[in-house]
Unconditional design. Structure first.
Length: 336
């Protein structure tokens, strides 16, 4: 072996020794210990609209996993669609002073005062998918104006096309004072202004109820047998509209567009012809984004509640018969 080869070999051997991993007691991932310390023993309370909804079940499944993994407690105070019970749940949570309070608002006004009280008490608040007029530390959810534009734009494209049965469309509202409803209607108004031929023949609240959506649709079809399209606010409600359309034998005439959390039930409804297009905001992805926000809030105890206000609009996927499969159609068992 020549001198140069020996020297090169020695250099490589030295480099290999230097690259050996540190002893186990010396290894610490940067920031991990501080993160675990920040989350351990902390308390998070969630006040939803109702745990009977698929999106709530998805959020909760994800947050329960995060809580178990990182050592904070997670509790749900379910008012089951009763706003008075929701206010009591919020007041009880404020008295307990959790580190983070997650709130799904029934409308823009009902919880506004309680949210201000919570912030004044030093509680950090994450609003999920449904906002109040009171802005808090964080909002994670839909850009509902965009959602209104997407759904109404879908119907404009269909009903303004040559050969469409008419230019008549229906807006199946949710709760008219709800943030999603108010902002989606703004998106719808923008599309109507951009497409002056498009005619809104009905604007009625179905209150997230499939039977009410069915009844409204049945009546509108009698009044406007040439109806072209229906847009709604929640896929679980709009299946009622789809049932009315199917019963009238107009499934090839009326296009039904709505949005939802991305559960397999929506994909099933598309497969059965009850819905045509669902704009999927994927509740599990929303929950993961919100989990990051929970971690962020817990890691900065020095920040006063309400000192910083952030907004994150999650992704939206257009789902129809061509892609109503796989990740666009989660089940609750997959999230646990």
């Amino acid at each position: 072996m020549t001198f140069l080869k020996k020297a090169a070999f020695a250099a490589l051997a030295t480099a290999a020794l230097c690259a050996q991993p540190l002893m186990a007691e010396q290894i610490e991932q940067v920031g991990r210990a501080a993160y675990l310390e920040a989350t351990k023993g902390k308390k998070v309370i969630f006040v939803p609209l109702s745990q009977g909804m698929d999106l709530n079940q998805a959020w909760t499944a994800v947050w329960q996993r995060h809580a178990a993994r990182y050592g904070f407690s997670f509790e749900v105070r379910d008012p089951n669609m009763d706003t008075a019970a929701g206010i009591r749940a919020l007041q009880g949570a404020i008295a307990e002073k959790p580190d983070v309070l997650i709130v799904q608002n029934p409308d823009v006004q009902t919880y506004a005062r309680a949210l201000k009280q919570a912030q004044q008490a030093g509680i950090k608040i994450l609003q999920i998918n449904m906002q109040s007029i009171t802005q808090t530390d964080s909002y994670v959810g839909n850009d509902w104006i965009e959602m209104g534009r997407l759904e109404a734009g879908e119907l404009a494209k269909t009903c303004m096309a040559p050969g469409a049965p008419s230019k008549k469309i229906v807006w199946l509202a949710g709760v008219q004072t709800g943030a999603a409803n108010i902002y989606m209607r703004e998106g719808l108004n923008q599309i109507l202004a951009e497409n002056p031929g498009l005619e809104l023949v009905s604007d009625q609240p179905a209150d997230y109820d499939s039977e009410k959506a069915r009844q409204i649709t049945e009546t509108v079809l009698q009044q406007h047998p040439d109806l072209c399209g229906i847009m709604g606010i929640w896929d679980n409600a709009e299946v009622g509209a789809g049932a009315a359309v199917l019963a009238a034998g107009k499934q090839d005439q009326v296009t039904i567009v709505t949005n939802g959390a991305g559960a397999a039930t929506a994909c099933d409804s598309i497969g059965k012809g009850l819905l045509d297009v669902v704009y999927n905001f994927n509740a599990p992805i929303q929950a993961e984004i919100a989990a990051q926000q929970i971690s962020e809030l817990l890691q900065h105890p020095e920040r006063q509640a309400g000192a910083e206000k952030t907004v994150f609009f999650g992704p939206i996927t257009r789902v129809d018969k061509s892609n109503a499969t796989g990740r666009n159609c989660w089940t609750l068992d997959q999230l646990k």
